[in-house]
Design a protein around this ligand. Structure first.
Ligand code: C2E
Ligand code: MG
Ligand code: MG
Length: 329
């Protein structure tokens, strides 16, 4: 019972591991019990779970992926693909988003969704992140010298990278190494990460902003940022509307109303709007009609290897007009 007379019920999730006489160490027994506890939590909490062969196999498989990933980073199996973000007014590629892939010797090209969670849990995400950052900035420098105007890149940031100031050092190091201007780099942070612990994130965001780095909120619309939170994010220059609102933009008037509201909101706080996951001409027209500034998606180009990029930078895309929008039933 708390001091205000309200009561709080506590529950426990318990992980159990049995020790066989003379086998293993105290640490491995605790680790097994820990894994069992997480299974108990996953199953809904307030219960116990016993460490068994299944859990062991699962833990071993994870460890194996982690070991392979460690080697992949060392041996250059992680590659970065790029997807253009197109200015709807001019059709020019405004910047390119860097997206990591794992060129696995047996499994082929593995998408980030299949290895980033292991990378995050093991802490390897910090190395993956720095690798992608370095590659993207190196490419930006190269493309800039090839096409003769500054080319910008957008790089995704993981939660772990925001925990301390290592991201700041890593960005400073990479900028110095590659010689690109800070304004050529944009960092994408998901709405989820920003709203969760905004107070703690603000100082790091301010520092990046002071360095001249651009900041974007990724997957906007999926985590309910509040208006007061958005107001305190005046250092952010871009909102990326999540694909969830784009898919039915041509058929669903509610999605169009939501996007109209997001665009008005972004306008009022001085942010530009990118729509993600755009696949059809009619979606492009609808999004232009609603005032979106930039479009990214398979309609223009799927993410691809560096070799494809210079061609994209030389010739603007043809962008379907706002007037061409027809509301589909
Ligand atoms: P994201 O940052 O929101 O990136 C956009 C994702 O949408 C990419 O998936 C891209 O390939 C996909 N996409 C782009 N256009 C379309 C389209 O028209 N239709 C559809 N269906 N999909 C489209 P990808 O490359 O699989 O990446 C998934 C997520 O993994 C990213 O979402 C990002 O959160 C994360 N990620 C990727 N690379 C990195 C990285 O280097 N570091 C970190 N921390 N996360 C990364
Ligand atoms: Mg992104
Ligand atoms: Mg996104």
């Amino acid at each position: 019972v708390l001091s205000d007379q309200s009561s709080q019920v506590l529950s426990a999730s318990i992980g159990i591991a049995y020790a066989a006489a003379g086998v293993g160490s105290a640490e491995s027994l605790l680790r097994d019990a820990d894994l069992a506890m997480y299974r108990a939590k996953e199953a809904g909490g307030s219960r116990s779970a016993v460490f068994d062969a299944d859990l062991r196999a699962h833990a071993l498989a994870r460890l194996e992926v982690e070991r392979e990933l460690r080697r992949a980073i060392r041996t250059g199996q992680l590659v970065v693909h790029y997807q253009p973000i197109v200015d709807v007014q001019t059709g020019n590629v405004d910047r390119l988003e860097a997206l990591v892939r794992w060129q696995h010797p047996q499994r082929g090209m593995v998408p980030p969704g299949q290895f980033l969670s292991v990378a995050a849990e093991s802490g390897l995400i910090v190395d993956v992140g720095e690798h992608v950052l370095r590659e993207a900035c190196r490419q930006a420098a190269l493309w800039t010298s090839v096409v003769g105007r500054p080319i910008c890149v957008s790089v995704n940031v993981a939660e772990r990278q925001l925990l301390d100031s290592s991201l700041i050092y890593s960005v400073k190091r990479v900028l110095a190494e590659t010689g690109i201007d800070p304004s050529q780099l944009e960092l994408e942070i998901t709405e989820e990460l920003i709203v969760e612990k905004l107070d703690r994130r603000l100082s790091i965001l301010r520092e990046l902003d002071a360095m001249g780095i651009k900041l974007a909120i990724d997957d906007f619309g999926t985590s309910r940022a509040s208006l007061s939170q958005l107001k305190s994010l005046d250092m952010v220059s871009t909102l990326k509307i999540d694909r969830a609102f784009v898919i039915d933009v041509a058929t669903d008037s509610v999605d169009r109303k939501i996007i109209t509201a997001i665009v008005a909101l972004a306008d009022s706080v001085g942010m530009e709007v990118v729509a993600e996951g755009v696949e059809h001409a009619n979606q492009v027209s609808a999004l232009r009609h609603l005032g979106v500034d930039f479009i990214q998606g398979f309609y223009f180009q799927r993410p691809g290897p560096t070799e494809r990029v210079v061609g994209l930078l030389k010739k603007p895309f043809r962008v379907p007009s706002a007037e061409a929008f027809v509301e589909s039933p």
